[in-house]
Design a protein around this ligand. Structure first.
Ligand code: ADP
Ligand code: MG
Length: 357
């Protein structure tokens, strides 16, 4: 079989918790991981064989790093696409730069998803403050303004209704290219997480129900309920089409709103995803392992779910009060990411609980 031999080097751009969990999976499969990140004290390099500290703008350092790797992947989504395209010309980058290029812009990813057949919330691209009023007249006053780029965990977003001061909202998104989206009156949220191999084989995990608080994922749970279960197959078809269209290799995540009229595409992430952390303990093969398998050319592991009831809860901000309770419950799997500073709204860890009765 034609996969990277044990001892080969997997390069990861980014040093956060996703990189850390990918690194652990890669190391379990016998690979050496080389982390590239700007911070000296990042959490992924603590569990990785090699580390280069460098800025994402330093092309020379990035090329030198790439030359050391047999395959390169990323957790950090805001690397200049031009840089990744240069890396991709000489080295093996999975998923490819085009997937990242589309996912970096909310407008671009919605247009692309629509081309692939998705239903999205109605939206208008915004490039000037004055365009907001006219767009509200089109979409209605119940809306969300989001920065087109660089937003995550609900950051760079402003909820808009009749009483909103639009200048304040424009400030909140950083006075730069944005997207105005109709507010979707959804019943629930879910994500489709898939892995695609270079031969084009696609495998899915079950879809959990995802609950967000202040724009940050709080909980993912299974069973997801009849509404999500009934929309999963349509959502999977779309996700599969998107992955094929991008000639995607690795784990791809698509977030959906489950509405009374079917699944509505929210956004895509060209990477492993927080709403798939439960796959570590609750499925035969985790999202992290299958991502590494896909990018190194291995066949994929089974994504079968091992428990009837699963809850994954994020530890956001100061979690220290909850620790005693968490570790006292023997159904809990605790993951603390090892970040030095507890900051409000920051993901510090997660807990996965499997029910067996
Ligand atoms: P992020 O990149 O920060 O995850 P999202 O677009 O996924 O940005 O928004 C975060 C959360 O905010 C979503 O999971 C959802 O709960 C809520 N949200 C975002 N867009 C809309 C919308 N158009 N209508 C209703 N809720 C939304
Ligand atoms: Mg999101």
């Amino acid at each position: 079989m034609n996969f990277l031999k044990p001892g080969s080097v997997v390069g990861i751009l980014g040093g956060g918790q996703l990189a850390k969990m990918m690194s652990i999976a890669a190391s379990t499969l016998g690979y050496k991981v080389h982390i590239y990140a700007p911070e000296a004290d990042n959490i992924a390099s603590e569990v990785s064989a090699r580390f280069t500290q460098g800025s994402y703008d330093d092309l020379d350092a990035l090329m030198k790093f790439s030359a050391d790797c047999n395959v390169i992947t990323y957790e950090f989504e805001n690397i200049q696409v031009e840089t990744l395209k240069k890396i991709e010309k000489k080295y093996v980058l999975r998923p490819n730069a085009r997937a990242l290029e589309i996912a970096q812009s909310r407008v671009a990813e919605k247009k692309f998803a629509e081309k692939c057949g998705a239903v999205t919330a109605h939206y208008v691209p915004i490039s000037k403050r004055e365009e907001i009023e006219a767009s509200i007249a089109k979409l209605g006053a119940d809306a969300i303004l989001k920065s087109d780029r660089l937003g995550y965990d609900g950051k760079g977003q402003a909820r808009i209704d009749e009483s909103t001061n639009l200048s304040g909202a424009w400030m909140a998104v950083g006075q730069r290219d944005a997207i105005l989206e109709e507010y979707v009156d959804f019943e629930a949220e879910f994500s489709v997480i898939l892995t695609r191999t270079f031969e084009g084989n696609v495998i899915f995990w079950d879809s959990s129900k995802n609950v967000h608080q202040h724009g940050i994922l709080k909980q993912s749970s299974l069973p997801a309920g009849p509404l999500i279960d009934s929309q999963r197959s349509e959502a999977r078809k779309l996700a599969n089409r998107i992955a094929d269209e991008l000639d995607y290799i690795g784990v791809l995540t698509i977030e959906f709103f489950a509405t009374g009229n079917g699944p509505v595409f929210n956004e895509m992430a060209p990477r492993v995803h927080n709403s798939g952390h439960w796959t570590i303990e609750a499925t035969v093969t985790s999202q992290f392992e299958n991502h590494i398998r896909a990018i190194t050319g291995m066949p994929l592991g089974s994504t079968r779910t091992l428990s009837d009831r699963i809850e994954m809860e994020n530890l956001i901000g100061d979690y220290t009060d909850q620790l005693d309770n968490i570790i006292s419950d023997n159904r809990n799997h605790l993951h603390l990411y090892g970040k030095d500073k507890i900051v409000e709204g920051r993901k510090m860890g997660h807990v996965t609980r499997l029910y067996f009765d």
